[in-house]
Ligand binder design. Sequence first.
Ligand SMILES: [Zn+2]
Length: 1519
Amino acid sequence: MCEAFAGACAAAPEISRRALALLGEPVADPFWRVAREGVLERLSDVSCVQTSAGQLRKPGEVLLRGSGPLRRASELLPGELVNLSCGRSLCDAGDAGEERLLRRLGAETFSARHFAQCLAYQGGAWPRGWVAATWAEDVPSGRRIAALYNLLGFIMRPGDESSEAQTSELLLQLPSLPLFPLLSKGQSERPCAKLEEGPIFLGICSALTETWQLALGESGALRLLPPAVSSGLDSLGAQLLASLGVEAPSRAQLAEAALQRLLRLQPGAEAAPLAFSCWAALAVLRDLWAEPETEKEIRGLAAVRQALVSLGSCGSLEEAKKLMAGQGLGALLLAPAEKLQPPPTLRCPSVLGHLRQLPSDLVERIEAFLGLSAARPSPNLQTWPLAEGQDGQQRKLEALRWEAFFVDCLGAQPRRPADWRQERASPDLVFSLGQELGSDGPRSLWVSLLDEKAVPDAVFRYAVGRLEHSADRAWLAELPARATLKLRELFLNGLYLDLPQLGAAGRGAELQKRLAALGARARLDVEGLSAALQALLRGQCRSASHFARLYLNIDTLETTGAAGAAHGEDVEAALRECIFDPAVKEPMRADDCVWELPKNEVLTKCCHLTVLSDIYASFGDVQMKRYFERRGVPGQPHTAECYLRMRSNLMNAAEEFGKAWRRAEGNPEMAMVPLPSMAQPGGKISATDFLDQIWDALIFIYKGMSTLEGQERQALRPFSPVEAILVPLPGAGSMLEVARFHDGALFRRISVCESFWEVAPDLADSVAALWALSGFFPPELRPLFVECFGVREVVDAAALREGIQARINHGKRGGQSRGSGGFGFVAGDGRGRMVNELGLPEELLRALGGDTVTEADALAAAEEALASLRRRGRGGHSGSSDDEALAGATRGRKSAANRWSAPPAWGACAFVAAQQRRRRHSTAAAAAAVEQSAPPEIFRKDYQEPSCWIREARLTVRIFEQRTEVRSRLRLERAERSGEGLALDGEELRLKRVVLAGLELKDGEDYNVTGEKLVISTVALDAADAVEEDIWLETEVEIKPEENTQLSGLYYSGSMYCSQMEAQGFRRFTYYLDRPDVMSKFTSVRIEADEDRCPILLSNGNRIATGKLPEGRHFAEWSDPFAKPCYLFALVAGDLASIQDKFVTASGREVHLEVFAAREDKDQLWHAMRSLQHAMRWDEERFGLEYDLDIYNIVAVRDFNMGAMENKSLNVFNTSLTLAREDTATDDDYESIEGVIGHEYFHNWTGNRVTCRDWFQLTLKEGLTVYRDQEFSSDMGSRARKRIEDVRFLRSYQFPEDSGPMAHPIRPERCAARFLAATVYGKGAEVIRMYETLLGRDGFRKGMDLYFQRHDGTAVTCDDFRAAMQDANGRDLSQFERWYSQAGTPVLKAADTWDPEQGIYTLTLKQSVPATADDSGTLPMPIPVRLGLLDRATGKELVPDTVLELLEEEHSFELPVAGEEKPVPSLLRGFSAPVQLQYDYSDKDLALLAAFDTDSFNRWESMQRLGTKAVLDALAVSC
Ligand SMILES: [Zn+2]
């Protein structure tokens, strides 16, 4: 049988193939097994298979493609190559059985080894290997090479153990394979490099100029992978290359490559490219040198310098040539002139060796090297970095960078022309320092130089350094006066103070001459130096050493009696105002300073005085102290007030310490304690340091008090008789023991009249002896306590007993009595203090048989506590009744009997509140950060509709520990442009299945997963279209929320799963069209999870079903009837507690409200609930906007990287903006929670029902909603205060953004950079506010109504909003568009005249819109100016609120006014436009406005201006 069969097989390959199939699987039957073996044996000789190329081969000659990534590898390579390199042909097996059989007959499977052989092969059609050949074909995109790396990365991806043995072998071979095409000029001719031949770099060092590095790469000095290849890498490809060490070059590697290029090249070789690459090498060295981190000398740079120096000493060209032989730089300098091609922008007139005696031809060459000779720019140089795309300013700076490098680093001789006006080369090509200095205007070089941010430090140092040379200064002295103004500032900020000390007479005279030459009028007497000090202060100089030198100079003059030492009173007064502390902006007064305090951090921080020795002692202890003493600064604190403040700060610090201690988890000794320092709010100290120092600090204060005399001693009176003395609580010894024993409480406060210095002999063995003050304090303090404070000197048993009894009795009577010594009850200010509240030791009371605390006492204490809470001013926000608070206070008092009753440190609270406010504003920053991760350079104008819409979404989310499955079903509707496939966004998703219209799609055929897209082919879509009307696309993915640390998408946060989808988080959850204009109804969101771990399952909309599942799991299903973009989707699952309430809408619908948080936070949620209810009511009343669903949920999450997020009906908040309890939250906390709850709720209409078409329109929802929350807060609290707060925010955060380097309009045009939060949010809200100012509140409301009527349920643009405002009011608002398209803060100048005859007041308004970094335009803005006019004599309002509209650059408005005198204008009331107003108010005007203006904002503003003016006037001393 076998014979016949084999014959048949040999005759017809088809039979052979079928026979193979028939033989099938191995079987157990012994007969058939033997028969099968026999057949197989014969078959191996005769059978043949068809290869992929269609040829017939024996099984032993084929390679099976196999499956998985190596199959993809086999598909990537040409069959012929495999054939040649492995000696086998590729073949596809029909199924697993056939594959096994073929292997049995000698076939092999394509493996990593074969892959390596193919890649190593050179020959045939691939003389330099496959990679080189592929690269030659694919130079522009480099995609196939990148695909190869990606595939290799995929094959060798970490963690794939199944094929580890094979792939590690491949990995070992990679360095010896020619896999890496290098960047080069002649692309196709270059073979591919191997890694073992030297380092290969992927990309370039990001800190340095790109072009130069690429030039180094092209010349071969740096082995760079072409950018076309590196840009095509996916994460696995990049990972693979990184593990092979193919990464961007380090600084050291760059420097090495550049130096080698300069020093090792032979002269004469390839002259033109040589010059080019030498320049590139120099430029790289220059950039490295100019970078501030360069601390060490770049190795080898000395050799370059040496080469240059030696060159200067050569006598002839021959000599120079000999010297430079073998050195690349020499080759550059000495190459024939026509072969040198320095970039045209390097024409820098600094002259290397300009004054040296060189042969003229050598000079010419050197000048050529420096770009001094006239150049004929050749066309092929136009691609040099500076040739295009940079403005004149950048070119000048670039030239200055070169100059600094040559002169400062390489030691070239700077040029000091005798007459700077005469240039040798044509001026337009030449950069000249002298010329630049002479120019003026906002972009002058000196302005840039003074703004150190824009200029590299090295260049700045160089420019300043040049001023030290007398020749340079002589030249500079000839410059026009306006240039020297800037120069003088520069000079005073640095140079002058670095000059040698005064003292040596000759030098003093020299210095004076230099000063005069520069136009500075500072003289070298005390008066002159005092003027210099003032100039430093005015110039905002922040360097203490500069001040110190001037102080020292003055002291020297004063002490030695040198010229001008006897100065007048006014000079002395000026000097006293020039005490400088780097930590404080304003100059210090002598009263605010002290020379010295003991080295004790607690003390220093508790003392509100500036300790000058900390700043200045290092410059000369004795001399500095003497100088400051002359200015009235005391050696140590010397006023009672100061000591009392220190003591009270110390008490606060101890209170804060206690809180931090009790709050600390684990080891409280590691806690950080906030200190009430004025200079550094938020300054902290570790608990152990605090405990080490606090007692010494307290003793220092008491000792200081004891040294006071006379009036000051009298002023300590507040201490007596009701003030308390601080003594440590009982403990084993150290303060640490005390803190441990009393849970962070440190001191007991004993009333003065209840304390005693020592005990009489009859109490010597009693507990009372432990409380004698002499046991705590050194004997020298006895006079202070006894004589000054009135502490009883000695106490005996009878007196003690009597005193205590009296106190208890008086206490019960409510504090009418007044003790004066002894132990009676004391009530100095009329308020009763309770038994033991002052901290008299209970042990003491018990020991003496007195009553201890009674129930009535406790109740009274609680009342006191309640009153104290009320005094802190938060009754208005309190959600609990007095009874609750009373109970709480009683509980609190009992549990912490030893705590202080002092109020918390308000400074610290204010700081925390400010932080929270910042967090709230950081929402946009976070959204913008997501924007930033999108590919660079997306333009607003390039918006395109998607090729498909998603009309409905149904999700099933199954949460398991460590993995979550998301199944999504999307109903698609193809858009007009449906010729394209559908590209869904997805990041870090594991795709398991794609089903379209019921049919499972095939990877690589019907769909492709590339990078961060899942692309469904048009063919598949068309096919689905043909079958069904509704196309349903189903995908299944797996995600890992537990590993998601970006907090974008679904993530796990300690106790719960939580989502954040704005701006682009949904793509990290499932495949979707993640863009805001795709709005769909999420009709079903089913969440399944373990019931114990996640009893609460939440999503948007209404809950339509819940139920149990096997294995302790359960589910909840949600449905949201409103279409929404996916960034508003939310999911929360976890173990949460909640509070519930309801809200009845204006139309009578009942809404269930629920606020969730971790269980321990449940008691802190009521304020959030009340705020929500207020917001819902307010929006109905003000805008007629009702809530639209039956449920509204808020969840407070600890790890939430935004302030809060407005997901439809399921808001997620950071706990800091949700939780508030009376004993921990401040008024600011309460207000900011209310504001943010309002903000997110208001988004339901402005943001959710009507959303943004694309992220460039972010301000459409955010500006509008911020405006709405501002209005809400204004109506809930004080409108004026809110307005002032908002304007201050705008001025301090947004105005700087507007004039900064990243300025953009509120609606940005492109997304290359980060969106600026204060602009999009804050200025966006101002723009909305201007609509209201222009249209009136009713007109604005009409516009809002029309906006919702037109656009409800859609995604729109800022233009649509403007159109609604315009159409509803019949106004032309087209010019208003400029507020959306132009950045910058307009300057509004106002001037006025008064015609008493006619009674006409004329106001001329003139605006200028500054040019901004983004060049968005400077056309006149429409500016609404709200104003009123006040009578100059009486302050009465003559013209009430009027809104003028400035549309042109300048316009005069006439207002009829009755009156005798020119009225006083109150301009820009309520800050009616985000502009900078300039009007020349007199002090009197301002005072009048501050007193009488009807506009609260302008009253505040006038006070501010008045104050600022006063300070500035005081400082305006001429220099
Ligand atoms: Zn918002």
